[in-house]
Write a protein that binds this ligand. Sequence first.
Ligand code: SF4
Length: 252
Amino acid sequence: MLYLVEHFYSIQGEGRYTGAPSLFFRFGGCNMKCEGFACVEKAADGTEVLGCDTVYAVNKEHFSHNWIPIKSAKELLSILDLYELPRHVDIVLTGGEPLIYANDEVFIEFLSALHQHGHKITFETNGSLAVDFEKYPIYQECIFALSVKLSNSNEPLHKRVRGEIIYSIASKAKEAFFKFSIDADSIDLGLEDEIESILLHSPRTKVYCMPLGGSKAEVEANTEPLIEFCKSKGYNFSDRLHIRIWDQNKGV
Ligand code: SF4
């Protein structure tokens, strides 16, 4: 079963297409927890759940009662009619980890219909789940923002960095770029070696580094050290506009 957490029409807040008007579909569930990002969200029963800034789209146990079960591609496609969208608006599939549904027939049908209608499709993914580009050629038409997790996520290396998957996505997709979330402390802890070892799996793929944080204050605190880091390494700095503008509000 496919679960949708929320949908909203906004601008892309980070990465290569920052500023592009985009319709977001946030899917529920993830193969990681990323507790190292230390964002806390209160569940309905009062439990404080630790994780990333979208922990409400990751933690099934505490938040799935708010997720929408999706049984058909039509249900997802009908969401486009709820908005006054420009023709061929960009579609961003995020989560959680949207690729946990990579082999789901409803998901594939949804992607194919979006592509047929001329939408640019971008996945925001942790890049650790295999995509079958041969069985499902629709993925060859998609863009992948590879937000490969670093050690600051507290996820084990073998789980977060899957070289063969990174290479496969970067070489078979229409387009791919790396996107890393970085805080000032991690820069001091020699994070560049980690990033460089990930880049070895796809050396020509562009790199965007974003300030880590689930709130405007955290993003602002990490911005200047990260800009200096990007300048020294030749990476692209990417803001996180949605957090800077709307802070911790969801659905924007
Ligand atoms: S992989 Fe992404 S969505 Fe999943 S827990 Fe980590 S930061 Fe959150």
